[in-house]
Write a protein that binds this ligand. Sequence first.
Ligand SMILES: [Fe+2]
Length: 225
Amino acid sequence: MSFLRTAVRSTIPRTSKATISSLGAVRTKVSLPDLKWDFGDLEPFISGQINEVHYTKHHQTYVNGYNTSVEQHAEAKAAGDVKKTIELQQHIKFHGGGYLNHCLFWDNLAPNKQGGGELPVDTAFAKKVEEQYGSFDNLIALTNSKLAGIQGSGWAFIVKNTENGAVEVVQRYNQDTVTGNLKPLVAIDAWEHAYYLQYKNVKVDYFKAIWNVINWAEASKRFDA
Ligand SMILES: [Fe+2]
């Protein structure tokens, strides 16, 4: 009897802890998305080496960082550690943003053989761009100016403002992402890790080249969704 009581007492906390941990992992774990093309397929515009390092190292770091910080946040919250939960929110924002932004990025790129660089015709998105900007060239020029204006690390996003249906271009620093009424259509990574192995310090050449592999069909799909 005494043995049973001891066994029950010592088992319950372990089980509870394991259950919380296990549920947290199931609810929150993210992983690298499948790529729809091979690392070398975006050459010569983005080298295979860049894509491989970018995906397997950088994006993987955001995946791991997000999973770890969400798990730690759940533990801190369960322990009533408010200070720790606040600190961890910063990690969740950074790594979660990095995870999401890169998922958008891979899917809005495509090799030429899969339609990369081909401007959309007659889609709702194409019509809206022509109505607002006159041409895709103008939209691209505006986006390039936003990209060139990023001091340090960040992203430019072509977005749909869901409040009025307009196509807009916005800039974000670090791994901040677009939320709320801004639906991302095209996400362009302006971090050095996205271009430095190939373009060194001449990032404007990377910004010019990437339009050759933008998946505009995906942007049209996101616009309609
Ligand atoms: Fe990146």
